[in-house]
Design a protein around this ligand. Structure first.
Ligand SMILES: [Zn+2]
Length: 224
């Protein structure tokens, strides 16, 4: 999933406006960002090839460090722990814990049964939403649209920049997602993790920027 994870961040901002949208989206994308790094380091492996259905052009031969349920829980605890140590805000830490963990649940919905439970434990799960392009567009796209509406009505822009930069970002991300779902496989398996890492980093940076440009109605002193 791509926009499904971002939707978690947008919706979580509504639940907990004190946390920056950038931090929430970083949390929801943690597993994928680690996945890029682990692929580059050779810790994880995927095989690219012609796939069936949405984004199914890779076979996850080894993604247990970034994407297993156990490791996701550990990354979630680490993320929440770092946040708690720096902000001393337990509710925020708890929400970030679940935002990181939500990645496994959403990927379990979208992946074929290749989602690991723990490193070295060879049982895999997945509901396979990605095997159907139309179903992916409807379910993941629907979740994305709902989260955008929820966020945009809640965190309103005070400037034109905040309006344009938000909607241009949304359109670009949606197009990239559509290409990911319905387009061809990436041209090179070697550069794919680098390209993905840059793309994910840009999304997180954009989200931090949106958080500044689209304030919510909470006092600045309450911002974490
Ligand atoms: Zn993922």
């Amino acid at each position: 999933m791509l926009v499904g994870h971002l939707a978690v961040g947008l919706a979580a901002k509504r639940v907990e406006p004190r946390i920056s949208l950038g931090t929430l989206i970083l949390a929801a994308m943690t597993a994928d960002i680690l996945w890029c790094l682990f692929l580059l380091l050779g810790i994880e492996q995927v095989q690219f090839g012609p796939g069936m259905g949405a984004g199914n052009y890779f076979e996850a031969t080894n993604i247990a460090m970034s994407h297993s349920l156990l490791m996701n829980a550990i990354w979630a605890a680490l993320f929440a722990g770092i946040y708690f140590v720096s902000r001393r805000y337990p509710r925020g830490a708890l929400i970030l814990f679940f935002a990181v963990l939500s990645h496994w649940v959403l990927d379990w919905v979208s992946h074929r049964p290749d989602m690991p439970v723990a490193p070295g434990f060879h049982r895999y799960f997945g509901l396979g939403l990605w095997t159907s392009v139309p179903a992916t567009l409807i379910v993941e796209g629907g979740f994305w649209v709902l989260a955008i509406i929820l966020y945009a009505r809640f965190a309103r822009s005070r400037s034109r920049v905040g309006t344009y930069a938000f909607w241009i970002g949304i359109v670009l991300i949606t197009l990239a997602w559509y290409n990911n779902v319905a387009g061809p496989p990436p041209p090179s398996a070697r550069t794919a993790p680098i390209a993905s890492f840059v793309f994910f980093s840009l999304i997180v940076a954009w989200a931090y920027w949106m958080n500044l440009l689209r304030p919510t109605n909470i006092p600045p002193s309450a911002i974490n």
